[in-house]
Write a protein that binds this ligand. Sequence first.
Ligand SMILES: Nc1nc2c(c(=O)[nH]1)N[C@H]1C(S)=C(S)[C@@H](COP(=O)(O)O)O[C@H]1N2
Ligand SMILES: [Mo]
Length: 557
Amino acid sequence: MIAHTGPMSTTSRRYAALAGITAAAVAIGIAEPVAVLTGPRSAPLVAVGGVIVDAVPESGKQLAIDLFGTADKIALLVGTAVLLAGFAALFGVLAVRRLALGLAGIAAFGAVGVAAALTRSGADLADALPSLVGAGVGALVLWLFIAGPFELDPWPWSSPTPPVSPGVPVTPAGPVPVTPAAPVTPAAPTAAVEPDEPAAIDPESRRRFLTGSGVLLGTAVVAGLGGRWLAGRRGVSAAREAIRLPAPISPAPAVPAGADLSMAQLAPYVTSNFGFYRIDTALVVPQVDPDTWRLRIHGRVGKERTYSYAELLARPLVERYVTLACVSNEVGGDLIGNARWLGVPLRELLDEVEPDDDADQVVGRSVDGWTCGTPTAALRDGRDALLAVGMNGEPLPVEHGFPVRMVVPGLYGYVSACKWVTELELTRFADFDAYWVPRGWSAQGPIKTQSRIDAPRGRNRLTVGPVTVAGVAWAQHRGIRRVEVRVDDGEWQQAALAPTVSVDTWVQWSWRWEATPGEHRLQVRATDATGETQTERTQDVAPDGATGWHTVTVTVR
Ligand SMILES: Nc1nc2c(c(=O)[nH]1)N[C@H]1C(S)=C(S)[C@@H](COP(=O)(O)O)O[C@H]1N2
Ligand SMILES: [Mo]
């Protein structure tokens, strides 16, 4: 293979880009089945994506959530893949100039993959393997197209004297630009050699090149999807389905009749597991085997202790309805849900380890390294803070933290609801910042009193006459005393509150409105059981939760 220095023809660049992209695709694809052995988080795409998730400032993350909803993870993976394809095309072009340059590009990407995989929390050396194997195979593929059996013969150049592969006669180029999509018949051998025209490619070599890249791209897709599928089969769904949860010694109170107004558009009082919002930083859902899972409670304690899943299930369990809310929930947003959680009271576990008096923070640590910091007081003050194993009568869904998570009434999820929890460390707020704190969020995250209008929706067209305005309001662990609605800055009108199970859940409210023609603005505000009314002042979700009144504009005819 000769190192070329003249300008490349467009045709040449297209083939080179195809070679580079094929090499990268095979590298990424092959890494997936390797990651079945070393764990899905070691796959290069997932490892690099994870580093990006942790590094992106919260404003960017919020934007992603706004744009893509919770599909932001898929968007990130697709975005990463597109970016990667761009670089891969460049590496292909470089490789035609000098193979070593292209190979160096692939090696650099391999190194990025290795570095990302090794710096994920809990990583071991084996996690380098998917990126290493991928880069090795990718390099081989690049060689195949640039200087190996699939090489174009010759690589077209627009330099005055097209370089000649040894032993192959030069065929002059035809006037038509050659593109990979439309194969061109070889030019007549009699045509004059134009100095700026690339030499015609041997059709046989073009066929080999295109067939090779087609087959290899297909292989990459099959290997990638096959690897993901295998990883899914190695997951813990089967183990989860085999679990029979014991009955609680302290069952959840029955949901009072009328707690759910059963209105279309209105969020149901109990959120289904399927409908429950999901927020976490995990690009692949952690698969935690309940048989080997352990919870270690340590740090500033008198007696460090470790619990197994079976030990937890053997303890007296309680079941409670608790409404979980995300601090990233905008006013009027839906990052909130109410479920029936089964678990061990965290207070009992903490009593057993005998925390030091100055240990004011309990850091929950997930198997993927994510952390949250909960005030020790909130876990010991008698509220139903749970180490949960069940959600709405089932073992926790895998994406909601299987086998074990924390649930603490009254605190936003980011400071309390650690999923896939494996460690509780007693420490001090002064000594440790949990995951979101250095990223601009408050260390303390009590849930703010909020209310939402679910019906009617904005832009709904209504007819004159009675309209039921309804929604939910929440002030977990304080409870809701009053919900008021007003129309067009008029008098506040008291809404009817549906009954609830406890102060730890949201409440449905409704108000009958005699709608008059025209455009109207509906607003809601709640007052919690301490007598405090939610503030009108609007505040963004960062650093400790949004404030303001939910406002919906409707048209009545
Ligand atoms: N391991 C882990 N646990 C986590 C998170 C996370 O990123 N990783 N996110 C928290 C946040 S911000 C919220 S709001 C809740 C959401 O719980 P859900 O996904 O079950 O609704 O989980 C919390 N627990
Ligand atoms: Mo959250």
